[in-house]
Design a protein around this ligand. Structure first.
Ligand code: GTP
Ligand code: MG
Length: 380
């Protein structure tokens, strides 16, 4: 061995570290410990991607996760929803007046014509608050009680209007009070299109659950790719009631078909080979109301394909106003999109605005997700 080298080494052992060096070493060890802790936490973390077309209920589902796991909205946060709700009501009533006119439906009270014209002039971007909104109450109430407006509302699948408008119009008196503070139920119905990617972490059973909520409209879907890393499970939402509606983006494509196409690209994507996909057929409450008024087989030709549906959903009889048959068909419609069938695919019918319903469904889903996460931790 070179004597010089031995000498150098002996020197380094013997020479005591300076105060500054000890401090540096201490800091570096602390950083190492923090990095290891973060890595452990990241491995333990469950990442859930909320995917689906626009208005399928992704953001509503995330709101429910906050409510169910007690990461509630404080009063300041609740008040922030007031503006969205006022806008939902004014915009919704404007859409109804516009539709009533375009569809050529006469008003039951001719005096409402002037009120409608006045409302249509209202600028959607104008400031609305608890002082200015109450001034609209009598006008909106008069329009909503008009038979002509109600008839236009019944034909809402022919134009674009958010599902929550009737809920807010039915609660107009309460909402128009100057001291109004949105309830949790109001918050669940408040509609605001998601732009970009929203991440929210909630600790559930001592495991950090990272929920990733994305915008579902066509222009927003280019941003989905950036969230595809280290996903534990995908919660795919599809609105089960939208079979007789077209999408907002082109006002031509059937909403259910659009939803199935998106599901197809996700469920057959090789990136997600090891990711469990859970399908939520949402808005079951609206589906129940709809099937007696609208015939699914007129909008989705596959509904008539009895034999093909039966393979996936035994007992299917093809009766369009029978809820069980329509539910069976919807399960077939989505599940049959899958080309790699060895992986289990879970599905649930949900009502994302109903806290009890989501609580029950999530209890089941959580077990599947945690088991999946545990399996992958054991494999590491
Ligand atoms: N009646 C009823 N309304 C629902 C249900 N789920 C969601 N909604 C309402 O549907 C509207 C759209 O829901 P969102 O959660 O904003 O939909 P999204 O998937 O986040 O939409 P994007 O952000 O555009 O992708 C909201 O007004 C919700 O209150 C449901 O199960 N039943
Ligand atoms: Mg959203």
């Amino acid at each position: 061995m070179t004597p010089g080298l031995l000498e150098g080494c002996a020197q380094c052992v013997l020479q005591p570290l300076s105060q500054e060096e000890i401090e540096l070493q201490r800091r570096s060890q602390k950083i190492d410990r923090e990095i290891r802790k973060e890595e452990r936490l990241k491995r333990k973390q469950v990442k859930l991607l909320l995917l689906g077309a626009g208005e399928s209920g992704k953001s509503t589902f995330l709101k429910q996760m906050r409510i169910i796991h007690n990461v509630n909205y404080d009063v300041t946060a609740q008040i922030e929803f007031r503006k969205i709700i006022y806008q939902n009501i004014i915009k919704g009533t404007k859409v109804l007046v516009d539709a009533q006119r375009k569809l050529g439906i006469p008003l039951s009270n001719p005096e409402n014509h002037a009120l409608g014209s006045q409302l249509l002039l209202f600028d959607n971007f104008a400031e609305l608050n608890n002082k200015t909104f109450p001034e609209f109450e009598s006008m909106i109430s008069s329009l909503w009680s008009d038979e002509g407006i109600k008839r236009a509302y019944n034909r809402r699948n022919e134009y674009q209007i958010t599902d929550s408008v009737s809920y807010f119009l039915e609660n107009l008196v309460r909402i128009s009070k100057p001291e109004y503070v949105p309830t949790l139920q109001d918050i669940l119905f408040a509609r605001k299109t998601t732009k970009g990617v929203v991440e929210f972490t909630i600790s559930i059973d001592n495991v950090p659950f990272l929920f990733v909520d994305v915008g579902g409209q066509r222009t927003q879907r280019q941003k989905w790719m950036q969230c595809f890393d280290s996903v534990t499970s995908i919660l795919f939402l599809a609105s089960s009631s939208e079979f007789d509606q077209v999408i907002l983006e082109d006002r031509r494509t059937n909403r259910l078909m659009e939803s199935r196409n998106i599901f197809d690209t996700i469920v057959n994507n090789r990136i997600f080979n090891n990711v469990s996909v859970i399908l939520f057929l949402n808005k079951l409450d609206l589906l129940k109301q709809k099937i007696s008024q609208s015939n699914i087989s007129r909008h989705i030709p596959e509904f008539k394909d009895l034999k093909a549906v039966e393979v996936y959903s035994p007992g299917f009889r093809g009766i369009p106003d029978n809820l069980e048959d329509v539910k069976k068909f919807l399960v077939y419609y989505f599940i049959s999109a899958r080309r790699m069938s060895e992986k289990p695919l879970y599905h649930h019918f949900t009502v994302a605005v109903d806290t009890n319903n989501v609580k029950l469904v999530f209890r089941d889903v959580k077990d599947i997700i945690l088991k999946k996460n545990l399996d992958s931790l054991l494999l590491q």
